[in-house]
Design a protein around this ligand. Structure first.
Ligand code: GLU
Length: 305
């Protein structure tokens, strides 16, 4: 197996740093706007060969849209593929992730589980009697996949997002109006905002990414996750994980990955490897500039075909 040395990974970070100046941190939430645009950290989990990190590995950040990978996997596990994909599509999104105009296909369902409309439909499917119950099941799942019981929710960020969630609120009303979701709008949003605000570091993401790389069923919290669901999630990450830049990313990089507006990025590499990146300077599509460039370099180093 190709294992990257710590010095090599540090070199990659140094190579990428000059590009960060062309991006900007997300400013739609006060908590996200406080991020430092020149931060860049990466971890690669090689399973039995250990975890290699570079940059500020203990920096913490919220998952934001990366959580949609975990919520999709949980929904697939509890409801099955047919149930899930009768209610969301698996197509690329043309507009931005939270746009009201472009989130439904002609058949009426949200285009995929990674645009906000699709993610809200997925949250509605998760087991639990109230928002906190649903959040607890996602949090336990993330903790188990990342092998870190200390992972928690940044409630300040979650509350802030709830107050400023008018676009998501509009989506949720639309979805309820068309019977795509049954949870009340405020309960659905509070669950979603807390899930987005789950706080991790790059090692957590790398470890969770490695778990998702398995080609056989995996045991998480005493339950077997189906290999076919893991494969489906990886394929969706590759085809739709980078907002409207997904097609370009798939051609240029080829590592199934999902990013979030906090600058979080999780990559899944076959043969038991996972990548976690934090780079809050974002490009115009909302993708981490450092993250995209690091993924491209890692794709070559790890011989991703
Ligand atoms: N919490 C964010 C929202 O729903 C997540 C967006 C993202 O990371 O793409 O607006």
């Amino acid at each position: 197996m190709t294992v990257i040395a710590a010095d090599q990974l540090k070199d990659l970070v140094e190579q990428v740093k000059p590009w960060l100046g062309s991006g900007a941190v997300s400013n739609y939430l006060p908590e996200l706007s406080q991020a430092r645009p020149d931060d860049l950290a990466v971890a690669v989990d090689f399973g039995e060969d250990g975890v290699v990190t570079a940059g500020d590995r203990i920096a913490k950040f919220t998952l934001q849209s990366v959580v949609k990978v975990f919520t999709l996997l949980l929904a697939l596990h509890h409801r099955g593929k047919d149930y899930v994909f009768e209610r969301v599509g698996c197509d690329q999104a043309l507009g931005s992730y939270n746009s009201l105009e472009s989130f439904v296909r002609t058949s009426g369902v949200p285009v995929n589980p990674f645009v906000n409309a699709g993610a809200l439909v997925i949250v509605d499917m998760l087991p639990g009697h109230d928002p906190d119950d649903r959040v607890a099941s996602v949090l336990d799942f993330v903790r188990a996949l990342a092998n870190n019981p200390a992972i928690g929710v940044d409630l300040g960020t979650a509350r802030s997002e709830l107050m400023l969630a008018d676009q998501n609120r509009a989506l949720a009303y639309y979805l309820r109006g068309h019977n795509f979701v049954s949870t009340t709008v405020e309960e659905l949003l509070w669950a979603y905002c807390q899930m987005c605000a789950i706080e991790v570091d790059v090692v957590d993401l790398a470890t969770a990414g490695r778990m998702l790389s398995e080609s056989t069923d995996i045991c998480v919290m005493g339950e077997m996750l189906d290999a076919s669901h893991l494969r489906l999630v990886r394929r969706l990450m590759l085809s739709t994980g980078m907002y409207e830049a997904s097609g370009h990313y798939a051609c240029e990089v080829g590592i199934p990955a999902k990013c979030g507006v906090s600058g979080a990025m999780m990559g899944v590499v076959r043969h038991h490897k996972g990548i976690g990146i934090y780079g809050p300077a974002l490009d115009a599509s909302g993708n981490s500039i450092g993250g995209l460039r690091l993924m491209q370099l890692l794709s070559k180093l790890l011989d991703v075909d």
